[in-house]
Ligand binder design. Structure first.
Ligand SMILES: [Fe+2]
Length: 285
């Protein structure tokens, strides 16, 4: 006879036939922790039903351009935890942070120097730097995937009526000296989408939905481990209260006001402009 005392062990024992040992380990941990959670909180039937309803709505909210489950994982701090426990990178290498829910379309391949801000409206800026190996060796032919919200705080997939696909996105390849550079607008802080179950959760817990201004990157190069990260705009609001807990101090960069007509000409941007300069440092694989 199953009782509330024996059900956990019975459920774990039911996994005995699992061929994949890692799957068995994960499911065993999941069952034990879920059961411990229910016991510890005295979870009621009504609360359990509410939770099932919430997860059902979260699933229904997902489309090709909306990922409510990643958002849920983000606001619960789980995404950042998983990122951090797997981000065992060498000292001095660029730190990782969350992927976020908006890396859902392929970034268009662009030439170095291209402007990824196809609609304008934000403050023009240049982002430049190098992708280098841990010992400082530049990595030619490294690939930099970039995505960001527009000057109003929306990604292209959120505003298909106002932004062409690929706005704020680009896939760049570093030159012979490992350099990258592109034009864009200075991103602004934005609220994560609040019109779904995750928004309800934030409201019920009195939390704001804002993220500090940032640009997303995935940098990859042959023989190296790729890094998924952001660069945060120094001085942005919400750096100390990111709704998804993703800020790391080493990822905060100055977007320096720059008045330099010849440099502006070199980058093909109107003077004055803002300039963010940093290197992305990859670990050997
Ligand atoms: Fe973002």
């Amino acid at each position: 006879m199953t009782t509330d005392v024996t059900v956990t062990d019975e459920a774990v024992a039911s996994l005995e036939g699992t061929a994949d040992p890692r799957l068995r380990e994960l499911l065993t941990g999941l069952i034990r922790h879920l059961h411990a959670f229910a016991r510890e909180t005295g979870l009621t039937q009504a609360e359990w039903e509410r939770a099932i309803g919430f997860l059902t709505e979260t699933g229904k909210m997902c489309t090709d351009t909306r990922q409510e489950f990643i958002l849920l994982s983000d606001v619960l701090g789980l995404s950042m935890l998983v990122e951090t426990i797997n981000g065992d990178r060498a000292a001095g290498s660029t730190e990782s942070t969350v992927l976020g829910p908006f890396h859902m379309t392929e970034s268009p391949v662009r030439e170095l120097g291209a402007n990824i801000d196809l609609v304008g409206g934000g403050e023009p800026c240049v982002v430049s730097g190098r992708i280098v190996s841990g010992d400082g060796t530049p990595l030619p032919g490294a690939v930099l995937d970039v995505w960001q919200a527009d000057g109003n705080g929306f990604y292209d997939v959120q505003r298909p009526d106002l932004q062409p696909p690929g706005n704020g996105r680009g896939l760049f390849t570093t030159d012979a000296e490992g350099r990258f550079w592109f034009r864009t607008c200075v991103p602004s802080p934005y609220p994560i989408p609040t019109d779904g179950p995750v928004g309800e959760l934030l409201k019920a817990t009195g939390r704001h939905p804002y993220r500090p201004a940032h640009i997303h990157f995935i940098a990859s190069a042959e023989g190296h481990s790729p890094v998924t990260t952001h660069i945060f705009v120094a001085g942005s609001d919400y750096l100390d209260s990111d709704a998804v807990f993703a800020v790391k101090q080493s990822l905060v960069e100055d977007f320096t006001p720059t008045d330099d007509p010849s440099l502006a000409r070199e980058f093909g941007i109107a003077n004055p402009f803002r300039h963010a300069r940093f290197d992305l440092v990859l670990d050997h694989a």
